[in-house]
Design a protein around this ligand. Structure first.
Ligand SMILES: [Fe+2]
Ligand SMILES: [Fe+2]
Length: 476
């Protein structure tokens, strides 16, 4: 199914053949645009931004690059191509044909999964809306806006499913997506991490590395869903999501690089001297890693979860790369190792694999997260500096699950409240860390110029040079 670009809502789902659905989505569109103007990137709606737009779902050449004002971005509905005669790959319905319609008995569970995923997409746009005014470079500003418009498109992806398959309830849920707001007292976003602030660019790079990666794992397990339209929607979202994590990984890499260069130039590892020179010292980076990592692994939920077990058994949500796993895909008699606190120590227990679905996904996430740290550490090492960034223990600073009740050090020791209080300012970003980082964030908007605290990117976007004017301000 080719992408129809002549329509008001670009799509590859043959919207014109379903006038009712088309009308419903077209009537949601002005509300979406109003939300974008109110809650999207602040003060940036008139900028010309060098954006990529999806024009096909093929793996090569799916993106077109050009200057666009963000409110004119072609937010569309794109599903990955259908797989002929796809069958269900896990759970009680293993081997049956994948569903093209929502089975009545799973309607509310599926709707809830879609709403929970969908809610995170506009939430992150809201969290990031003020960052534009302190961008470290035009390159970074453009990447921020690219992520923002794509999170907007991910909302479209989920709203399409709600409108197309969930009738009136779905349309109501779609409206509510625009009514909840990140951090709102009365109508907050559904998940905790999406009500946190993203107050500066360091938090933003950490968010795109750690929290967008949670998104990757959630989308990947929904991409295994027996409900085929959901699976195909999520498959294409993953293609876009990869760029968001790239922004996070390379962003932190460039910060690390700049800091290391300064450490060698000044022949010092004293955080204060690095800060005075206008960069972010490595121990501060470590505290931010500790915070964003622990908030993000909370998003995987409880270690033991009957909800997750039900989603799996009923075929709604699979495991990461379900079809590549070699086991019975039902998990009736198997176990999975789960870390839990027990009598002042952390032990690893074999638990029923079905109940440990969340934990297994968290394990996959942790392995994946470590890869970026290895690359950052390699850069530190290449500069001849004796320092290693680490992921804290999975029990550290958790708000959800078995570890929420205990204090755990980054090394994985259960500690008393007193010890926690004595060390928390070494382990988590402090007020003064935030103040320092915030003060560092001065806008840099000349093409090719970079803020003091971050290195040049090794290459530009879409083969353009790094000093390309990725964003054009009309007033200039
Ligand atoms: Fe997204
Ligand atoms: Fe994302």
């Amino acid at each position: 199914m080719p992408v129809d670009y002549n329509e008001r809502i670009p799509n590859n789902v043959a919207l014109t053949e379903n006038p009712r659905l088309q009308r419903a989505l077209e009537s949601w569109r002005p509300n979406y645009l109003r939300w974008w103007n109110d809650q999207g990137p602040e003060g940036a709606q008139d900028f010309d931004v060098y954006l990529r737009t999806a024009i096909s779902v093929e793996s090569d050449g799916w993106a077109h690059f050009g200057y666009v004002k963000m409110p004119d971005y072609r937010w569309g509905i794109f599903l990955a191509p259908p797989q002929a005669e796809r069958t269900i790959s896990f759970g009680d319905h293993l081997g049956e044909p994948a569903w093209q319609e929502v089975p009545g008995e799973y309607r509310s569970s599926l709707r809830r999964l879609i709403v929970t995923q969908g809610d995170t997409e506009p939430a992150s746009v809201e969290q990031q809306r003020q960052l534009g005014s302190t961008c470290p470079s035009l390159y970074d500003l453009r990447n921020l806006f690219q992520i923002n418009v794509e999170e907007g498109r991910h909302l479209w992806a989920m709203v399409y499913l709600l409108h197309a398959y969930f009738g009136r309830d779905g349309r109501e849920e779609a409206e509510m997506m625009l009514e909840r707001h990140s951090g709102d007292q009365d109508k907050p976003r559904i998940l905790g991490a999406f009500n946190e602030k993203t107050p500066h660019w360091l938090a933003y790079f950490m968010f795109t590395y750690f929290t967008d990666r949670d998104g990757k794992y959630q989308l990947a397990s929904l991409a295994e869903s027996s409900f085929d339209p959901l699976a195909r929607t999520c498959q294409f979202m993953l293609t876009e999501e990869a760029h968001h994590m790239f922004v996070g990984e390379t962003g932190i890499m460039r910060i690390v690089q700049r800091t290391c260069e300064l450490m060698n130039e000044l022949k010092t590892d004293a955080p204060e001297r690095i800060r005075t020179a206008g960069a972010i010292d490595l121990p501060t980076l470590q505290r931010f890693i500790n915070f964003h990592y622990s908030v993000s692994i909370d998003l995987f939920g409880q270690e033991r979860s009957t909800n997750a077990a039900n989603y799996f058994t009923t075929g709604l949500k699979g495991r990461y790369r379900e079809t590549r796993i070699s086991d019975d895909h039902r998990l009736v008699d198997t176990t999975w190792p789960v870390y839990v606190p027990k009598d002042d120590v952390i032990v690893c227990e074999e638990q029923p694999a079905l109940l440990a679905i969340n934990e297994r996904l968290r394990d996959d996430y942790i392995t994946d997260s470590q890869r970026g740290l290895d690359r950052w550490n390699k850069t530190i090492q290449q500069h001849g500096i004796d320092y290693r960034l680490t992921l804290p223990h999975r029990g550290f600073y958790r708000q959800i699950g078995a570890f929420a009740a205990v204090c755990v050090s980054p090394e994985g020791d259960i500690v008393s409240k007193e010890v926690w209080a004595d060390h928390v300012s070494d382990w988590l970003p402090t007020e003064s860390d935030h103040e320092f980082v915030t003060a560092l964030m001065q806008p840099v908007t000349a093409p090719g110029a970079m803020a003091t605290w971050i290195a040049q990117p090794p290459r530009g976007i879409n083969g353009q040079p790094t000093d390309f004017p990725y964003v054009r301000f009309l007033s200039n």
